[in-house]
Design a protein around this ligand. Structure first.
Ligand SMILES: [Zn+2]
Length: 371
C-alpha cells in the first residue's frame, strides 16, 4: 500500500518557534494587509489575543471578530457577501465550531483559510467539511494548518481522548464503506470504487499509525493485566502529539480525496448524530467520545457481516485493549444512555445521514444490544 505524507502547508510548531511571526511571514507572502481573524471567546484569551496583537502591529488593517453568532442565518448568502470586500486570508483561531464557521466563510467568499486550532478534539482541523448548526456542509481544505506544541500540551486530556476517538471511528467507517459496496446500495455516497480506495487507504493509514504508537507503549513485563493499564502520559509526549496531528491531517485528506466524509464517518458517526439530535450537542459527551463508544459497539458486529461477504479488514483491532490503554468509555451506559434509550438512538441514527449506507441499514442484521 502506498504510504502518504502530509502537505507542507501543515506546520507543527516546536516550543522554540513563534507562531505569530510565522503567520506574519505567511500573510506577507500573500501580500495582503487586512487579514480577518475569527476567534472563539476562550481561544482569544488563551491564544488569539497575542497572535492578533502581533499581526496588527505590522499589518495594521487586520480585522478581528470574537465569538461570532453561528447559526443558519449567519451562513446565508447576504452575510457572506459582506466579507467579499476583501480577498485577504481568513484566520480561524479556536475549537471546532469557530474553525468550521471561518472555513465555510472562506469557502463562500473564495478567501484563503488559515486554520489555527485551540485543541485537536476532532478531524475537522484539516478537512473539506464544515458542520454548522448540525448540518455537514461541503467546504474547503484549509490552505494552512498551524498548530503549536504549546497549545496541545495545555489541552485537557478529554480533548485528546476525543480526537483519538474520532480517529478510531475511521476503522468502523471503512468497514461501512465495504458493507455499502457489498450490498450495492444505489444511494450510497461511496463504495470501494477504485477512486475511493485511495481515500480509504489514507483514513486507514492515519488511524493505524496512531494506534500502533499507542500499542507500542504497552508495559512489557509480560503480564496481561499490566499490558492493559492506561498509559495517559504518552498522550502528552511530543512524539505522540506529532503523530496525532499527522493522523488527523491524513484523515482530513481522506475526506478530500473521497469528496465526502465516508472514509472517516460511518454508522458510528450516525449514532453520535442521533445522540446529539435527541439530547443536544455535547450534552452526553464530546463528539469524539460518542463516536468512540459507537465504534466499540458496531465493530464486532461489522466483523460478522464482513465475514459473510468475504471481506476481511486489513487488521483486526483489539478494541478492548485499546480502550483500556486510553481509558475510553466502552458502553453507552457510561454516558448515561440506557438500553431502552439506545434502541431509540439506533432507530434514528440512519435517518441522520439518509444518503449513506451502513450496517445500520441492514434490515436482517439489527444491531444487538448487550451493554
Ligand atoms: Zn468526527
Amino acid at each position: 500500500m502506498r504510504k502518504y505524507d502530509i502537505p507542507e502547508s501543515v506546520i507543527f510548531f516546536d516550543k522554540t518557534i513563534d507562531l505569530s511571526s510565522k503567520l506574519i511571514q505567511i500573510l506577507k507572502n500573500y501580500q495582503y494587509q487586512d487579514p480577518l481573524f475569527i476567534c472563539g471567546a476562550n481561544s482569544y484569551r488563551e491564544l488569539g489575543e497575542e497572535i492578533f496583537k502581533q499581526c496588527k502591529s505590522i499589518l495594521i488593517d487586520s480585522e478581528l471578530i470574537i465569538a461570532p453568532e453561528i447559526n443558519k442565518e449567519s451562513i446565508r448568502n447576504d452575510l457572506a457577501q459582506e466579507y467579499l470586500k476583501s480577498q485577504s486570508p481568513i484566520i480561524g483561531i479556536g475549537g471546532g465550531k469557530i474553525l468550521d464557521f471561518a472555513k465555510y466563510l472562506s469557502f463562500r467568499t473564495g478567501r484563503t483559510f488559515i486554520s489555527i486550532p485551540s485543541n485537536a478534539a476532532h478531524d475537522g482541523i484539516f478537512s473539506p467539511i464544515s458542520v454548522i448548526a448540525g448540518f455537514s456542509l461541503g467546504s474547503k481544505m484549509p490552505e494552512h494548518l498551524m498548530i503549536s506544541l504549546n497549545t496541545l500540551e495545555k489541552a485537557p486530556l478529554i480533548s485528546i481522548q476525543a480526537g483519538i476517538g474520532d480517529l478510531i471511528a475511521n476503522f468502523t467507517a471503512i468497514n461501512d464503506c465495504y458493507i455499502s459496496q457489498a450490498f450495492k446500495d444505489e444511494n450510497a455516497e461511496i463504495g470501494v470504487r477504485e477512486q475511493c480506495q485511495e481515500a480509504i487507504n489514507l483514513a486507514y493509514q492515519g488511524s493505524i499509525e496512531l494506534i500502533d504508537l499507542i500499542y507500542a507503549s504497552r508495559s512489557n513485563d509480560g503480564s496481561v493485566a499490566e499490558s492493559m493499564k492506561p498509559n495517559l502520559e504518552l498522550l502528552y509526549s511530543t512524539k505522540f502529539l506529532r503523530q496525532f496531528i499527522r493522523s488527523l491531517v491524513l484523515s482530513g485528506m481522506a475526506m478530500y480525496y473521497a469528496n465526502n466524509s465516508s472514509p472517516c464517518s460511518g454508522s458510528e458517526h450516525m449514532i453520535s448524530h442521533a445522540i446529539d439530535a435527541i439530547y443536544g450537542h455535547g450534552v452526553k459527551a464530546a463528539h469524539g467520545i460518542q463516536v468512540a463508544i459507537a465504534s466499540y459497539f458496531v465493530y464486532p458486529q461489522q466483523l460478522e457481516v464482513l465475514k459473510k461477504i468475504n471481506q476481511s479488514p486489513e487488521r483486526i483491532i483489539n478494541f478492548e485493549e485499546l480502550f483500556n490503554l486510553l481509558k475510553l468509555p466502552k458502553s453507552f451506559q457510561e454516558i448515561d444512555i440506557s438500553n431502552d434509550e439506545l434502541n431509540y438512538v439506533l432507530a434514528l441514527a440512519p435517518k441522520t445521514r439518509a444518503n449513506k449506507f451502513s450496517i445500520l441499514n441492514l434490515k436482517d442484521n439489527r444491531l444487538k444490544i448487550s451493554n
